[in-house]
Design a protein around this ligand. Sequence first.
Ligand code: 4AD
Length: 462
Amino acid sequence: SAVSLLCARHCCRKTHKKLRISEAFSSQLGANVTVQGWVRSARAQKVNVFLHVNDGSSLQSLQVVAGAELNDPLLTFGSAVEVSGILQESPHEKQPLELQADSIRVIGECDPVDFPFKVKKRHGLEYIRQFPHLRCRTNAFSSLLRIRSEATSAIHSYFKDNGFVQIHTPIITSNDCEGAGELFQVEPAGADEHFFSVPAFLTVSGQLHLEATAGAFSKVYTFGPTFRAENSQSRRHLAEFYMVEAEISFTQSMEDLTKVMEDMFRSATEHVLARCVEDVDLFHRHVTPGHRETVDSMLKKSFPVITYTEAVDILTRSSEQFAFPSDWGCDLKTEHEKYLVKHCGNVPVFVTDYPYDLKPFYARDNQDGPRHTAAAVDLLVPGVGELCGGSLREERLSVLRARLEQLGLEDAYSWYLDLRRFGSAPHGGFGLGFERYLQCLLGVDNIKDVIPFPRFSRSCLL
Ligand code: 4AD
């Protein structure tokens, strides 16, 4: 909103329009404006003071030039300021314009000695991770958060443009969708009985609720926080992460699923590359140099599809020494996934038809003999390994009931069986780990560096 300010220095009745710095860059020369932000560098000369001020609206900071009389010892790196003045042409090519200040007000001081970041120094992601409450003041992390925000919009746009209905699946649930037992239980502090009468947990996946709604809307999706009590310090696991999940009714084959996964990946990636040019460039040039070629090559061709059985053959024939076994029936580990991605040309690759016994109860039985498989699919991507997991769902009541009985889960999932009793249709869906997507897009090695406040075992800072 435009706010009128009285120019303090000259006591004239000049009005200044309050702008975000990104707006100032596209404003008319000669406009009187006020910006608010944080000092990224301050340099005083005999005649002039030069500041760079950033307010998070863009990677670029606005250069402020002021007469030496406006200098203030409190104008230090990190301090919060308000600057009013006139936009003028900048002598520097890189800057479209600069602000000739006629007033500078220090709103919040910052002790440059104690402040963990130093002016003009490029701090590594590992260093800045130690300061989760302050790291968004660095260029790299503020770029990351703008990209994260834009990627979120891109994913919502993809689904909206393709006729999906967004469903807010519950955070608190009584089911363990994945059956892996990595559940955080939810009870009021100090309670000695179940608040919900039954044990309740933070969701590990919105899939089952999505399946219920896909039975009315055909194409649904959800995008929200997901929780897993993974006792892991790995570079690709968090206890709280964001998952994008979609469910599609009336599927004919696995291709109906892989097409949506691939289209969504492409659409989101192209959107981010087009809208966040400077921020992505900062990563691809300075934080993870060389990664841009990987991203470009990912978008060039359609993603290859191999079966799990073919994947195992590739692993067995390779001369690589793996730490974990890769025999038929074993789950693929990160090392196997990364090898398969490299083998396929360092592009995303779909692996389909996993051993039936490795997959949760909902995966559709391929009923295919001794090497018994389920119609499940993972999307593996460069640098990360598994990005998405999905499957066709078992829509046949008798097959699903037999599986649930075998697992002793028939009563707990009677509502899920109802979905097959009342107008069951072939359907399938998948989940994409949003943080892993950002790792893949930006080439970031550690998942803790792509989420504002990471939660993982033995760490819940702030
Ligand atoms: O493969 P997952 O476990 O699949 C499901 O939960 C299905 N119910 C989804 C569905 O079909 N609707 O998880 C999906 C993706 C993984 O491929 C991975 O990218 C991400 O979620 N993921 C994690 N990301 C960060 N930290 C963790 N602990 C993760 N666990 C899974």
